[in-house]
Ligand binder design. Structure first.
Ligand SMILES: CC(C)(COP(=O)(O)OP(=O)(O)OC[C@H]1O[C@@H](n2cnc3c(N)ncnc32)[C@H](O)[C@@H]1OP(=O)(O)O)[C@@H](O)C(=O)NCCC(=O)NCCS
Length: 161
């Protein structure tokens, strides 16, 4: 997909003094909290390992947060991956979360746009993600940003014990 989008917003964006910046280790606890609010499961060890992989280590890995007055309101995680599944280099989004009370004010869109700018600067022209087919919220969100079904299909099989 093209990595910019034009859409008419039904709710006026209310970005206020929100800023998007690279995450740092001090954001770990807030990310665990936002993710736990989204998924119902706190996963501190998982997010610690994701911080080790994504935060400040490589120019093609991105962990961005949205904050207003030092309060972390949302995050997005992705990286440029090349040649896996035979795919030329492209930007992959692996996680996004916006604090429940901050939703529907354009923060998810800001985070998506910000990581797409970084993907473009890293030299790729496609952005991809994967989601559960029946997750209507995340599907509506990504569809609203212009993302569409791509050329790959996920297959799986239960392994024998
Ligand atoms: C999906 C999510 C990131 C959206 O964040 P947000 O800041 O509310 O998003 P935006 O305000 O930028 O919304 C952009 C568009 O997404 C769509 N959208 C967002 N929330 C929606 C909802 N509840 N229902 C339907 N469409 C929705 C709309 O089209 C919206 O545009 P509009 O406001 O002009 O209608 C947020 O709801 C979230 O964190 N959900 C949980 C995510 C999750 O489960 N993560 C774990 C797997 S990665």
């Amino acid at each position: 997909m093209a990595m910019s989008h034009q859409k008419a917003t039904s709710t006026a964006p209310d970005h206020g003094d929100v800023r998007i910046r690279a995450a740092s280790l001090s954001d770990l606890a807030a990310v665990v909290e936002v993710d736990a609010a989204d998924t119902g499961i706190a996963k501190p060890a998982y997010w610690k390992s994701r911080f080790e992989w994504y935060v400040g280590r490589r120019p093609d890995r991105f962990f961005l947060v949205a904050e207003r007055q030092q309060e972390m309101l949302g995050f997005i995680v992705g990286e440029v991956r090349a040649w896996e599944f035979g795919s030329p280099p492209s930007g992959w989004i692996f996680a996004i979360g916006v604090s429940p009370e901050a939703r529907l004010h354009g923060l998810g869109t800001m985070l998506f746009d910000a990581i797409c700018v970084r993907f473009r600067k890293a030299g790729v022209s496609e952005v991809r993600t994967m989601l559960a087919k029946d997750d209507r919220l995340i599907m509506s969100f990504f569809r609203s940003l212009g993302m569409m079904a791509g050329p790959f299909i996920q297959l799986e099989k239960r392994l024998e014990p």
